[in-house]
Ligand binder design. Structure first.
Ligand SMILES: Cc1cc2nc3c(=O)[nH]c(=O)nc-3n(C[C@H](O)[C@H](O)[C@H](O)COP(=O)(O)O)c2cc1C
Length: 207
């Protein structure tokens, strides 16, 4: 895994003649969906884009960062706009269906969550959901590294423009993070750069 983590880098230019095959895209979708989330509520969705026309439009709204245009696929990690009682109940219904969990077993936890989220402001819920988006990002980056798929984590994009272009508001979600994926271009000079990391003596504390 360390070799894989050293191999990966934030890819700036992809070889746009190379496409990730569909079985690998399916694997990335599964890995996204297997990401653990706070309370297991999964306030996330993933938009997977392969249409070039759409990637070109998104590129213009990502400070012209070439990785968005040249990637095989652009993944957009989105957060749910509403995490309310029906949303929480849906999760418990799934649990009931999959694990045959009895209503009385989860009653107090279900009530706690509904009450707790009911007290949170929209902003608090957004912040909580975005934290889960970062976890999905980390998971995807590690999986990509293990599978020798190049990727670039990205915060540098116009979220409102993405929401408009991809009709995300209609779906009740907002774009949080972008991950272009594909295969590095031979002339991406960043591929040969040494990794810059603070020394472990500075970042690790052991007792
Ligand atoms: C949350 C996050 C957002 C980032 N946003 C961008 C971005 O918009 N554009 C970009 O080129 N790199 C972006 N990066 C890449 C970082 O600059 C890069 O990961 C860091 O310098 C470490 O280099 P490495 O990933 O090549 O090891 C982002 C990284 C993270 C984790």
């Amino acid at each position: 895994m360390i070799d894989a983590l050293e191999w990966r880098y934030a890819t700036k230019k992809f070889d746009n003649t190379k496409r990730i095959d569909s079985s690998k895209v399916e694997m990335l979708k599964k890995a996204f969906n297997l990401t653990p989330t706070s309370y297991g509520l999964q306030p996330l969705r993933l938009v997977v884009i392969k249409e070039q026309e759409l990637k070109d439009k998104l590129f213009e709204n990502s400070y012209n960062q070439i990785q968005v245009k040249s990637a095989s696929h652009v993944l957009v990690i989105c957060t749910e706009n509403i995490v309310d009682e029906p949303f929480i109940n849906h999760n418990f219904e799934l649990q009931k269906e999959i694990r045959n969990t009895k209503d009385e077993t989860v009653k107090s936890f279900r009530e706690f969550l509904i009450k707790d989220f009911g007290k949170k402001s929209d902003q608090d819920i957004k912040k909580w959901a975005i934290n889960q988006a970062y976890l999905a990002l980390g998971n995807l980056l590690t999986i990509c590294a293990a599978e020798k798929i190049d990727a670039c984590p990205m915060e540098g994009f116009d979220s409102a423009a993405y929401d408009r272009i991809l009709n995300l508001n209609e779906k009740g979600i907002s774009s949080a993070l972008v991950v272009p994926v594909g295969y590095r271009a031979e002339d991406d000079k960043f591929a040969g750069f040494q990794k810059v990391r603070r020394p472990q003596t500075e970042t690790i504390i052991e007792y």
